[in-house]
Write a protein that binds this ligand. Sequence first.
Ligand code: CA
Length: 185
Amino acid sequence: MAEEKTVLIVEDEKNIVDILRFNLQREHYSTCEAYDGEDGLNKARSEKPDLILLDVMLPKMNGFDVCRALRQEGDNVPIIILTAREEEEDKVKGLETGADDYITKPFSMRELIARVGANIRRTAMAAPAATAAADSAMPVAGDLSINTDSHQVFRAGRAIDLTQREYELLTFLASHPNKVYSRVD
Ligand code: CA
């Protein structure tokens, strides 16, 4: 049997967490939970889930900020935003902050389970190539590495998105490790 996938549920309404946990576990996912944005961010870092269900309106830190913070750290975990209302603005903002998908409350559990599966499968299909590219990448500094064949940069084994210009700058700096450059304004 395939390895059990972990879904992190970040949601402050306990009854919704309970329903999500029950249904995900019935579909053979393991789950972990956070009831505010800060804890959600910490658990995303420590538990390395296969997918995150992320509510928008959360105590301490909202869902958009959690999503943005993870993407800035180079974390490509699939994220499905749970929006409270059918508001176009929320959906657009969610996708702009780097979420993969969104679902509107109240949601059908069948639809949610289907979206979870689809988003995990999509990532899993991309993963073997990424792992191979990460394995043959050259270490640069700290946990950063570069694969000059695939033109990809990895942090702690996960691909991070850079613009072409950022990639060129990084490879240039990496090939001149002992020089100090001053910024030209
Ligand atoms: Ca909420």
